[in-house]
Design a protein around this ligand. Structure first.
Ligand code: PMP
Length: 429
């Protein structure tokens, strides 16, 4: 039975049982219409209401200011590795073009000498266009590689590679003073919580904050695995994205929170014709933030069922923490992580926590188990014993092995306590 299982899978993750129960009903017969929510048109008023309510509740829960737009997209976190590159490079070209037109003393692009404009832009691209990546784990590495694949590695800057400071393995975040950030990058990209490696930024990096003139770099963050679990200083970000399937709902939708100054009318994307002349990639329309924003996330058929689930999860969290909202959830997330890490630390002869203490993830707790010098056998025994107690989903990512307890928002304090009890009793045996 569901009630007997504590599921620590890394994503898809556990969903609240009452949300699933009402979703099951909504799949059969939504609001007594005789049709289910997965059958109603995405152009119906039902769909529009579900989208708008989920947006409003997300904004309330995270205190997202009015100068940000919320987009529901498809293609997962991996799709956003590509989308961020296309859209932020486009925004860079738009800004650069405005600068050049100003220098040329031209008001309207159409009045400019096109050859001159294109050649000035090409020159700027060659000398200035950079996408900065902080690579602190497997997912930011994938994003960095995708950027190189899409626009060419010469335009990417590996501002830090966390493996270099840690014997070739992820598990630390190099000190900010060692980062080599570009002067004015099209974006600085990082992953706030590395799901595979159990590394989480303890807080927003000071190096990415406003400079002495109050200007902020363009910062984009992947928060797929720690969204809704702590307060985000939203104003520090140009965009934040996350798949819904870990902390907010079911697989199938990806959320982008983006500053409106990166969207029209402030920042229209350059025309495909211009991008081709410049040798830069044109985004598939489905990955164009501008297109998705213009259509309130309904450019094409969106899975309204998945938005519905996310909306129900948000309503539940707002009900649990009506005053404190995300701060309330943050306190619980910290408490659960402490319960599990304390149990591991109590038996250092058996358990080795993988990441450095300073960057331990509250969401993905990664550790190794070794008894009598045998790691593989001990971990197999650990997993078997855990499963027998209804503690499941604990196997580490196939690329790194070990044990990983994913401590997402739906994990209850009592599930964290059950795992901690097992960690202790396994070591004592
Ligand atoms: N970023 C992070 C931090 C992730 O944990 C994941 C998936 N586990 C992804 C991106 C990729 O997401 P998706 O599978 O939705 O493409």
């Amino acid at each position: 039975d569901r009630a007997d299982i504590s599921y620590f899978g890394a994503g898809p993750a556990l969903l609240p049982t009452d949300v699933l129960e009402s979703a099951a009903q909504a799949l059969l017969n939504y609001q007594s219409t005789g049709l289910g929510i997965a059958e109603h048109s995405h152009r119906s008023q039902y769909a529009a209401d579900i989208i708008n309510e989920a947006k409003a509740d997300l904004a309330t829960y995270l205190d997202i200011p009015d100068d940000y737009e919320i987009l529901f997209m498809q293609g997962g976190g991996s799709g956003e590795f590509s989308a961020t590159v296309y859209n932020l490079v486009g925004a860079w070209v738009t800004r650069k073009k405005a600068e050049i037109l100003k220098q040329m003393g031209v008001q309207d692009e159409k009045e400019a000498n096109q050859e001159e404009l294109v050649s000035a832009l090409k020159k700027a691209i060659d000398s200035e266009l950079k996408l900065d990546y902080l690579v602190t784990g497997s997912w930011s590495l994938k994003a960095y590689q995708e950027a190189g694949r899409l626009i060419g590695p010469e335009y990417t800057n590996l501002a830090t590679d966390a493996r270099k400071a840690n014997d070739g393995k992820f598990g630390k975040i190099p000190d900010e003073s060692t980062w080599s950030l570009s002067k004015s990058p099209a974006m600085v990209y990082y992953c706030d919580n590395e799901t595979v490696d159990g590394v989480e930024f303890p807080k927003f990096p000071a190096a990415l904050g406003p400079n002495s003139e109050g200007e902020r770099p363009i910062v984009v963050a992947d928060m797929s695995s720690n969204i809704l679990s702590r307060r985000i200083p939203v104003e520090n970000f140009s965009a934040v994205f996350f798949g819904a399937q870990k902390n907010m709902g079911s697989t199938g939708i990806t959320v982008v929170v983006i500053k409106k100054s990166l969207l029209p009318p402030a920042c229209p994307q350059p025309s495909p014709a211009l991008m081709r002349k410049l040798g830069l990639p044109v985004p598939p329309v489905i990955f164009s933030y501008e297109t998705i924003a213009k259509n309130n996330s309904l450019y094409n058929t969106l899975s309204i069922f998945d938005v519905y689930i996310a909306g129900q999860v948000l309503k539940k969290m707002l009900n649990v923490f009506p005053e404190n909202k995300v701060d309330g959830q943050e306190a619980v997330a910290n408490q659960k992580a402490k319960i599990i890490y304390d149990a591991l630390e109590a038996h250092p002869g058996v358990y080795r926590i993988v990441p450095d203490k300073s960057v331990r993830s509250r969401m993905n707790i990664c550790f190794r188990v070794t008894i009598d010098g045998d790691t593989d056998g001990s971990e197999a025994k650990f997993l078997k014993g855990a499963t027998a107690r209804g503690l499941t989903g604990l196997k580490g990512h196939r690329s790194v092995g070990g044990i990983r307890a994913s401590n997402y928002n739906t994990i209850s304090v009592s599930s964290a306590e059950k795992l901690a009890d097992f960690i202790k009793s396994f070591a004592q045996q």
